[in-house]
Ligand binder design. Structure first.
Ligand SMILES: Nc1nc2c(c(=O)[nH]1)N[C@H]1C(S)=C(S)[C@@H](COP(=O)(O)OP(=O)(O)OC[C@H]3O[C@@H](n4cnc5c(N)ncnc54)[C@H](O)[C@@H]3O)O[C@H]1N2
Ligand code: MOO
Length: 393
């Protein structure tokens, strides 16, 4: 039996050449299609952010040195306009986000003016004394042109993409995604949407693992699930093209019909990892018709085993580690001494409640969980209120 970290190391080694290759291949994509993608190269700000000095408030713009007195009202400055210089002795109504006119250097919110409203040009308004820069957002105060906006390797989420949009970029250069082909196996496995026959179950893994892979940044192809026929599996593998990583679920443990094991015996390794769920694992490079050896991971068929395998061995390589926190467990728990047990739980305000038992078929309990509770090798029991490591899902 091998340890979790030994298998993590082997998966990382198997995929290292692929990640090195992906690091050197860029694609240009429209901004909103770049969600969850990885930025290819350092991005320098092409413009100042904000691009110009602008007002933080709806109010009157003036010369700070002339505040605390009555001033003549100049023409209103709406957002989007390019105002003329503000003459001495004047204050102009200005809207939030509008450009500060040359000559002016402070803004007074309209509710502090006397009277507390916008007046017509030529009228007189009294404004309280304010310092220079009052309620002015200076050009480049968020990010100056030429500065590093986003570092190469950044995973692009809404905030990073919003920044790129604010900088005026319509598209970004991102790393090519790994092309992952997913194949679930088993005579009993039926696609959802068909009538269920006795002895059959619906294929949960293609969706569970498939969406997890997409979320982690993979370009996913899902093959129709395969029966327990090694010849059919071998023929399917022979036809594979344009794939960077093949993942199967099911057919790798000790049964009489272990299709993946039968088709790939002697070609890839089959291990028992000291982990529960997710004990049976397959790993290797599958020979293909084109002569290319295709990186391969075989995850166990039980849905929770498949997801835990993904979280433990593959997700960190695709998308970085999950957020890890310490939490007080709300009830006592026991775990086999020789195994790293992963339980499902609900994390909230520093505590974690276990959901369901250790069984790897408990997909509903997983669906109510927001955390994976880690009970490493050597830990046999915890009392309620003791601390555990928790990975947030
Ligand atoms: N004698 C032993 N039996 C088993 C052992 C063992 O060590 N000795 N290990 C158990 C553990 S732990 C696991 S995990 C499973 C792994 O088995 P396989 O990877 O070979 O998977 P299958 O036998 O094909 O399926 C297991 C289970 O999962 C269901 N399944 C399969 N595919 C799907 C799918 N796409 N969607 C939903 N559910 C799926 C399948 O019907 C089985 O119930 O082996 C134990 N046995
Ligand atoms: O190791 Mo299995 O994945 O518990 O059901």
């Amino acid at each position: 039996m091998r340890t979790v970290s030994e298998h993590q190391r082997d998966v990382a080694e198997l995929l290292a050449p692929l990640f090195a290759q992906l690091d050197s291949e860029a694609e240009t994509v429209p901004l909103r299609e770049a969600l969850h993608r990885v930025l290819f190269a350092d991005l320098l700000a092409p413009i100042d952010l904000p691009p110009f000095d602008n007002s933080q408030m709806d109010g009157y713009v003036l010369r700070a040195a002339e505040s605390g007195a009555s001033l003549f009202v100049a023409a209103t400055i709406p957002a989007g306009s390019n105002p003329a210089e503000l003459a001495s002795g004047q204050a102009a109504p200005i809207m939030t986000g509008a450009k500060i006119p040359a000559g002016a250097d402070a803004v007074v919110p309209v509710e502090l003016a006397e009277p507390a409203r916008f007046l017509e040009p030529g009228a007189q308004v009294r404004l309280p004394s304010v310092p220079t820069d009052h309620f002015i957002r200076r050009a480049g105060s968020d990010l100056a042109a030429g500065q590093l906006a986003l570092r190469a390797g950044t995973r692009l989420g809404p905030a990073q993409l919003g920044l790129a949009a604010a900088l005026g970029l319509a598209e970004l250069q991102v790393r090519r995604r790994p092309r992952v082909t997913l194949l679930s196996t088993g005579d009993e496995v039926l696609p959802p949407g068909q009538p269920l026959r006795p002895g059959a179950i619906y294929d949960a893994n293609s969706t569970l693992l498939g969406t997890a892979l997409v979320e982690a940044g993979a370009q996913l192809r899902v093959l129709p699930s395969l029966p327990d026929d090694p010849a059919e599996l071998a023929a399917t593998l022979n036809r594979l093209e344009d794939v960077d990583l093949l993942i199967s679920t099911g057919g790798i443990s000790q049964g009489a019909y272990e299709v993946v094991k039968q088709a790939l015996a002697g070609k890839v390794e089959f291990h028992s990892v000291a982990m529960q769920p997710g004990g049976p694992q397959a790993i290797g490079a599958v020979p293909t018709a084109s002569g290319v050896r295709l990186p391969f991971l075989g995850f166990p068929g039980n849905p929770v085993s498949t997801l835990v395998s993904f979280e433990m061995f593959l997700r960190p390589l695709l998308a970085g580690p999950r957020t890890v926190v310490r939490a007080r467990i709300t009830s006592a728990v026991s775990s086999p001494e020789a195994k790293h047990q992963v339980r499902r739980g609900f994390f909230q305000a520093g505590t974690v409640e276990l959901l369901g038992g250790p069984g790897s078929h408990l997909l509903h309990a997983l669906s109510t969980a927001n955390a994976l509770v880690q009970l490493p090798v050597g830990l046999t029991a915890l009392e309620a209120e003791e601390e555990v490591e928790v990975w947030l899902l």
